[in-house]
Unconditional design. Structure first.
Length: 296
């Protein structure tokens, strides 16, 4: 290139010192699009998010091509092929450049507005080979606690811990706002199950939805969300990020006093974990939403 010309593109300046030096020596003006700050006024020039989306889509296709098994479960006349266990690992993009403005101070973690109260938890399990369903009672506690995944003071998450003693089952659920702008979710819900080694269901292998109900016995409405299995007994649920989806989800979360968590066991049996939220659970959720700047 000649002196006075301009080059715009992905230049990887930190890994291509010789090339950048040659451009400088030739008098070429170069702009690396990956170094443009990811700020609102430069959003139309943001190349990182779009390329990350394309790379993520392509990564799944490449993984499926390389795998020796099928990703989805296939049911055919010859039988059922179990899906291959998959795990998606992502990183939160780092913001490059200085926006010139001091970030707002994060809100202080709220104090629990009401004392911790153990509320009702009920596990409904499908009976074995035509036997009656098994109904087991337990307890659930809702809390607002510091979020260890966020490296700043004042960050909080909603933590829900349910225990079903007679089944030796413990369920830990956490909810936090999604901080990754490239990932289409308003909030992320993490659910982990602890079951004994002799658990007759073997493991929890599916959590397809979160269903909000007005009462314990009422039929409910699912949150708009996508569920992903990380491993046996470990799941992530991403709540929808569209404005209509967020409005619907927030309304259900605030107004409904019970949650159904449908479960699928490894042995094929189904179950529903029903959690009471009305009361201290409502207050914990309201405190968390206020700390996230999403109250009202």
């Amino acid at each position: 290139m000649r002196s006075g010309q301009t080059l715009i593109g992905f230049l990887a300046p930190r890994n291509a010192e010789n090339q950048i030096g040659a451009l400088t020596a030739a008098g070429v003006q170069a702009f690396a699009v990956e170094s443009i700050p990811r700020i609102s006024r430069a959003q139309v020039m943001d190349a990182l998010s779009s390329q990350a989306n394309v790379a993520g889509y392509k990564a799944v296709l490449v993984a499926a091509s390389e795998s020796t098994r099928f990703f989805p479960m296939l049911t055919t006349a010859a039988g059922t092929v179990k899906p291959v266990p998959t795990q998606t690992i992502t990183t939160t993009p780092q913001i490059q450049g200085d926006t010139g403005t001091k970030p707002a101070e994060p809100p202080a973690p709220p104090k629990q507005a009401v004392p911790l109260v153990a509320q009702k938890a009920i596990l409904y399990e499908e009976g074995k080979a035509g036997a009656q369903a098994l109904i087991t009672s337990g307890k659930v506690v809702w809390q607002v606690v510091p979020d260890p995944t966020v490296g700043k003071d004042g960050a909080v998450m909603l933590r829900v811990r349910a225990e079903i003693p007679d089944r030796k089952m413990v369920v830990n659920l956490s909810m936090r706002p999604n901080a990754d702008a490239s990932f289409p979710a308003s909030h992320l819900v993490e659910i982990k199950f602890q079951v004994p080694s002799d658990f007759d269901g073997k493991a929890v292998t599916g959590v397809p939805a979160l269903i909000m109900k007005a009462t314990e016995q009422a039929r409910g409405d699912p949150l708009v969300a996508a569920s992903a299995k990380v491993a046996d007994n470990f799941f992530w649920i991403a709540l929808g990020s569209g404005e209509a989806e967020k409005e619907r989800n927030f309304k259900l979360l605030k107004e409904r006093g019970w949650i159904d968590v449908p479960l699928l066991y490894e042995n094929g049996r189904r179950a529903i974990l029903t959690l009471e939220k009305a009361g201290s659970g409502d207050q914990a959720l309201a405190d968390a939403m206020t700390a996230w700047g999403q109250g009202g």
